[in-house]
Design a protein around this ligand. Structure first.
Ligand code: HEM
Length: 552
């Protein structure tokens, strides 16, 4: 009996030690996990059998294992809910405080942006959405979190790549110094001179889009054509060409693959340790590895082919031989999937959303039409478009309401960075933290009438008053805070493709408006469109059925 009690106490003590190891070191090696979770709990049972073989029964063995595993389960539950947890002061749902699996499952429905928005509505400006994770809805936090003295990328990104770091793309590099080295060639590829070189590519592909749309009759799924268009243009400026989706369709089912891989990746980003384990099980890692392999193969083919113009890979492969510390081939190849996703996916969603808002807001549609028509032939000049107030207001308003990365970009403190004050909040070490763009953009403290599509809010006061006197003249204290508008994020790790994205979006909108009048097809349904919006880190959408009438 005495031996039984000692063995139970030993099992309990051992389990407490193992919990401490998990908490401090977060072991992920399968061999180590087998030792901690399978072999160690056997030790008290073996000792018990050694000391009193006759008295040892199946029941006493089960009790020993039961004590071991239940201690391992109960300790984190008690700690995570206790007032000693470093995030105890921050409110949030109990399920979130207990486990990140809660968010992982929520994310699979594609509505995590709405869920997080509802949490901000309920709990306030800072919400605990995981045992070690918070989201913030405050413009005061933008600079301290994302600015030049802000925090590096967070643990969120660890679940998407193998534990040895192979294949990590720029967006996921957690060490700030390494991130800035990896970012240099990207900055060169998207500076104002480089972007000028992409203008003929945009011209050619937008004209091709107009041509294929002219050949369509009846209901057209506008989203699908925009996806083909953005993919072709991405291939042009990233890989020097090589795809013809507008001509041949999506023969390799790339868009479907991107969406399914985004879904799995988002789940694993919420539970990064699971993602890293998954990479060790070939059959589970297959879908993610397949899309990574596809992207790498496209970049390798570009390397063999060389490009006829200065594309992104001209800079990533250091073909000008100008970089002080060129990327290794592996680093350059690792960025290919990021370039595909970021370069095509975000713009396709944004352009589709812009036309969705125009179709559901006829006065905005006709104001934009008037502005474009008033520019005559100049409407298709990049220079002119950059200064068209209503066009830019429509783009911004659409990105405000439906940002293409709705839940923002994830940063984190580590043991090395220590804790940090972000605005009025203290973020302890080892915490993942982000600003929830969707909630920030719809906060009435930043934008009056936050849920209304109102491009006029981006115009000078006198212009918006003259356009919408009924709406604006009664609102002396109309709030418009552009500092809280961050669809491209902010700071040294923000979106490198922002200027290019504006260039492409402006041109495609103007070319479409110059060439067609558009209306919703009979299948068009605004609530179905809004329901189809999914937050899979970047935004995925259903379809946008329209009718196009060519203008002479
Ligand atoms: C409407 C279009 C776009 C939107 C709304 C958008 C938004 C974003 C956001 C929110 C981030 C996260 C930044 C952070 O971690 O703080 C990001 C990162 C990034 N975007 Fe974009 N993006 C768009 C288009 C593009 C395009 C056309 C490219 C060109 C390939 C691009 C390339 C990138 C890259 C490389 C990063 C990683 C930056 C880094 O970690 O240093 N994006 N984007």
């Amino acid at each position: 009996m005495e031996h039984h009690a000692t063995a139970l106490a030993g099992s309990f003590a051992l389990s407490l030690c193992v919990y401490a190891i998990f908490k401090t070191h977060e072991p992920r090696s399968p061999a180590f996990l087998v030792i901690l979770l399978v072999l160690l709990p056997m030790a008290p049972a073996i000792l018990l059998y050694w000391c009193s073989p006759g008295a040892t029964t199946m029941l006493s063995f089960s009790a020993l294992f039961g004590v071991y595993y239940s201690t391992l389960l109960v300790c984190p539950i008690l700690y995570r809910l206790s007032r000693w947890h470093p995030l105890a002061a921050y409110p949030g749902p109990i399920a979130c405080k207990l486990t990140k699996f809660h968010m992982a499952f929520i994310s699979q429905r594609g509505k995590q942006h709405l869920y997080l928005y509802s949490l901000h509505q309920k709990y306030g400006d800072i919400v605990r959405i995981g045992p070690n994770e918070v989201i913030i809805r405050s413009s005061d936090a933008i600079g301290p979190l994302l600015g030049s003295v802000g925090l590096p990328k967070g643990a969120f990104w660890d679940g998407r790549f193998p534990p040895n770091g192979v294949g990590r793309s720029l967006i996921s590099v957690r060490d700030s110094r390494e991130h800035s080295i990896r970012r240099r060639p990207w900055n060169c590829a998207f500076n104002s001179t480089a972007i000028k070189n992409y203008e003929p590519l945009i011209d050619a592909r937008t004209s091709e889009l107009v041509d294929v749309l002219r050949k369509q009759s009846g209901t057209v799924n506008f989203l699908q054509w925009v996806q083909y268009f953005t993919y072709d243009i991405m291939a042009d400026f990233v890989f020097g060409g090589g795809t013809q989706m507008m001509r041949d369709g999506d023969v390799d089912n790339i868009w479907q693959q991107i969406e399914s891989s985004q879904k799995v990746s988002l789940f694993l980003s919420h539970v990064p340790w699971l993602g890293q384990l998954m990479f060790r099980v070939p059959s589970l890692a297959q879908p993610r590895k397949a899309i990574m392999a596809y992207a790498i193969q496209v970049a390798k083919a570009r390397n063999l082919r060389r490009s006829t113009h200065k594309d992104l890979y001209y800079y990533l492969f250091n073909e000008a031989e100008s970089a002080l510390r060129p990327l290794t081939e592996e680093e350059a190849l690792s960025d290919s999937l990021l370039a595909i996703g970021a370069g095509a996916d975000t713009i396709a969603a944004s352009v589709s959303n812009i036309f969705y808002f125009l179709l559901t807001n006829p006065s905005a549609y006709s104001r934009l039409w008037d502005e474009i028509d008033a520019c005559g032939d100049h409407a298709l000049s990049y220079h002119k478009q950059a200064g068209m107030p209503y066009l830019n207001a429509v783009i911004n308003e659409s990105l405000r309401l439906l940002p293409a990365v709705p839940s923002g970009s994830i940063r984190g403190t580590t043991v090395e960075t220590g804790g940090q004050r972000i605005g009025s909040y203290y973020i302890p070490p080892n915490t993942t933290v982000s600003i929830h763009f969707y909630s920030l953009h719809r906060d009435p403290r930043n934008f009056s009438l936050p849920d209304l599509f109102l491009p006029e809010r981006w115009l000078p006061v006198e212009d918006r008053m003259s356009m919408e006197p009924a709406l604006f003249s009664g609102l002396d204290d109309f709030i418009h805070n552009p500092a809280a508008f961050i669809p491209f994020s902010h700071g040294p790790a923000s979106c490198v493709g922002k200027n290019f994205a504006y260039l492409e979006m402006r041109m495609v909108i103007c070319k479409i408006m110059v060439n067609f009048s558009i209306c919703g097809a009979k299948e068009f349904n605004s609530s179905a469109y809004e329901d189809s919006v999914k937050d899979l880190f970047t935004m995925a959408l259903g379809s946008l059925p329209v009718m196009l009438s060519p203008r002479s």
